[in-house]
Design a protein around this ligand. Structure first.
Ligand code: ZN
Length: 261
């Protein structure tokens, strides 16, 4: 990595911390149908308004040892985790894509994925308003910036959404339980618009793999606990992120194995 790339990457990480803090607010307030701008950030327990010092990403959480400064109630670890993950995601995206127009698409993509993951892990909802805004922005960006032909992204929108819809249907008919929500279907359609057909299919593979691995670990940890299912959104988001950053080289590597052995 050269010095300039390193500089971009560190800058992106710092922006990620701040944006992550904002995504926490969006991901939580949008679900509760509250305004994003008002009231200012406050403790959910004692309602005390938070000052600038309480809003420094990650550091204020560590400094206060995960408790509210005013009422000492515990603060959810989702906040610093969301901030850190956004910082890492922004940094990795910038490092992988480099300074180019596609980086705009990449950072917008990561942002929508983060907000959906935060809302889904907290409330098991992928908010319509976030996914639909994401789709609108993605569509406009892809008209302008499209490494693949534009039709590929539009087709992937239907392939991604359609595939998840089929999985949802078969899970209802075969397993007799709802495995996939409408939010997951819309999120996958959105991913199609950004990633194109090939990487959308790879996202499905990566997300299923991550979800299965997590499920296996969970089963070992608490085997007797009743299975209440896990929100799939964060796994879809992680799969999409991996696919967007490394899908192409992984697929090529895999194809080279088939061709030369
Ligand atoms: Zn408090």
């Amino acid at each position: 990595m050269d010095t300039l790339t390193l500089l971009y990457t560190i800058t992106a990480a710092l922006f990620g911390l701040v944006f992550g803090s904002f995504f926490n607010v969006v991901g939580i307030r949008v679900v509760k149908k509250e305004s994003i701008a008002y009231p200012p950030s406050h403790c959910v327990h004692c309602n005390h308004e938070l000052k600038a010092l309480d809003l420094i990403p990650v550091l204020s959480y560590l400094g206060l040892r995960g408790a509210c400064r005013y009422c000492r109630a515990k603060i959810s670890a989702i906040y610093p985790i969301g901030e850190l993950l956004t910082a890492v995601a922004f940094a990795v995206t910038t490092w992988q894509i480099g300074p180019s127009l596609e980086l705009i698409v990449g950072l917008v993509f990561v942002s929508i994925l983060m907000i959906c993951s935060i809302a889904d892990s907290r409330y098991r909802i992928i908010p319509d308003v976030v996914v639909f805004s994401g789709m609108g922005v993605a569509f406009l960006l892809r008209i302008w910036i499209h490494p693949l032909p534009f039709w590929n992204y539009v087709a992937a929108f239907f392939v991604g959404g359609g595939l998840l819809y089929l999985i949802a249907l078969s899970s209802i008919f075969i397993l007799k339980k709802e495995g996939m929500g409408g939010g997951d279907i819309k999120l996958f359609a959105y991913i199609g618009l950004i990633a194109g057909i090939k990487l959308t299919l790879f996202t499905l593979f990566a997300a299923s793999l991550l979800g299965t691995m997590y499920g296996l670990v969970q089963m070992r940890v608490k085997s007797s606990r009743e299975d209440q299912g896990i929100p799939f959104g964060p796994f879809i988001a992680a799969g999409a992120f991996i696919s967007y950053c490394w899908g192409e080289p992984v697929i090529n590597w895999y194809l080279s194995l088939i061709h030369f052995n």
